[in-house]
Design a protein around this ligand. Structure first.
Ligand SMILES: Nc1ncnc2c1ncn2[C@@H]1O[C@H](COP(=O)(O)OP(=O)(O)OP(=O)(O)O)[C@@H](O)[C@H]1O
Ligand SMILES: [Mg+2]
Length: 391
């Protein structure tokens, strides 16, 4: 294409070369003189505007293609950024305006204007421009998609927050219900224990006294005496059974002497029944600590459940209950030397769940430390319940 250029005069060759470059670029290019009249325009530019180059040459470009904003309000020439820039001898790049076509329609355009200088003197400006309808459309779609996404994220976050709140409330309600059921159950146990003690206990005692009375009076009749001895035996077994049941329902020592002696009795009883070697450690500063009736019965039930688990699952030969004060925290450790277990992250079985819920209701923390073959330690911590030095 450039091969024949050497046939033209130097000036004409350059002119031709420049024309070819102007026509080959994909952008619209036009030049204006100081009055804003078109001094050249390439084919692409003229076509974008709906003209032929000849129809544009000599025309005032601002009034022809840049006279109004997109909303059709007029853009006076002194507000035109191309005009202002080349008045100041500067360049400018704009992508938020429209250019107008011959048929009265417009398109979003990106344009850049730079002054044409002859030495130090500005003699006009050259403007390159492009139809950016597609880019704007894509930008708008992107914008809409981002807005939509943000709205969705906001909605979803609100939904999740509401669901989370709902779940938390249900959880709290369940926890309260569980604490309430525990206290109702303890209250019922107390009633049943009192009734058994007052009615059954008193009746058995009266029966024992009466049989004894008969036994003394009928001592001459050997077969009757043997019969009455048998009845006295049955009576005293029944009394023992009643005492055991009463103790299970509501350990009297817990009410009369408090948690620490009650735990000692519980452990002695456990040793007698299970044959395991049991040890109980409780220093004086802990022995002095009273926690209130509900807290003490809760701790007692927890230790009861731990010991039941030891006898049912651990295959241990010894268990130690160790109460200690760490600062103002009360720490209760129940350690067995049995077969251990894999501790579930979230317990689902009722024994462990009940222990955890009871501890939480007391404002405490329960940890189970165990590995298969390593024994099991249940560690319960109640913060701030030990009286301070001056308390
Ligand atoms: N000291 C322990 N040594 C070994 N395994 C234990 C010990 N304590 C608990 N486990 C294991 O943890 C499981 C859960 O105990 P949890 O008390 O919750 O239920 P459970 O004793 O099986 O039944 P429940 O207490 O409801 O009658 C037990 O089944 C047992 O496998
Ligand atoms: Mg259990």
């Amino acid at each position: 294409m450039f091969a024949n250029l050497h046939n033209l005069s130097h000036h004409a060759a350059w002119r031709r070369q420049l024309e070819m470059i102007l026509e080959s670029t994909g952008e619209g290019i036009y030049g204006i003189d100081l009055k804003g009249r078109c001094i050249f325009i390439n084919e692409t530019g003229a076509r974008m505007l709906g003209y032929t180059p000849d129809e544009v040459l000599g025309r005032p470009m601002h009034y022809l293609i840049h006279h109004s904003h997109a909303d059709e309000t007029l853009m006076p020439v002194h507000e035109c950024r191309i005009y202002r820039a080349f008045q100041e001898g500067k360049g400018v790049r704009v992508d938020d305006e429209v250019l107008w076509r011959r048929d009265g329609s417009h398109f979003p355009a990106e344009y850049a204007s730079h002054p044409i200088r002859d030495g130090d003197i500005v003699v006009g400006a050259v403007v390159t421009f492009n139809d950016i309808t597609e880019r704007k459309r894509t930008e708008m779609l992107l914008h809409e998609a981002r807005d939509l996404l943000e709205r969705r994220v906001t909605e979803r976050t609100a939904e999740l927050t509401a669901a989370h709140d709902h779940l938390r409330q249900s959880h709290e309600a369940l926890r309260k219900l569980s604490a309430h059921l525990n206290s109702v159950r303890e209250e019922e146990r107390r009633h049943v224990a009192r009734d058994i003690h007052d009615d059954l206990g008193a009746a058995l005692t009266a029966l024992q006294l009466d049989v004894n009375w008969l036994r003394q009076r009928l001592s001459g009749d050997a077969s009757l005496s043997t019969k009455l001895d048998g009845m006295l035996d049955v009576g005293s077994h029944a009394m023992q059974a009643v005492r055991r049941i009463l103790n299970d329902l509501r350990p009297g020592v817990l009410d009369h002497l408090g948690l620490w002696p009650a735990l000692e009795t519980l452990l002695q009883e456990f040793q007698r029944r299970s044959g395991l070697s049991c040890r109980y450690v409780c220093p004086p500063e802990v022995e002095r600590c009273r926690l209130g009736r509900d807290a003490e019965i809760a701790l007692y039930r927890i230790v009861q459940e731990v010991l039941t688990n030891v006898s049912r699952h651990a295959r241990a030969s010894s268990v130690q209950v160790d109460a200690s004060a760490e600062g103002r925290d009360l720490v209760l450790r129940i350690v067995d030397n049995g077969q251990g277990m894999r501790v579930p992250l979230q317990p689902t079985s009722f024994g462990l769940l009940g222990m955890r819920e009871r501890t939480l209701a007391l404002g405490g923390k329960l940890d189970i430390v165990s590995e298969p073959g390593e024994g099991t330690a249940v560690i319960l911590r109640l913060p701030g319940v030990i009286a301070g030095e001056n308390a």
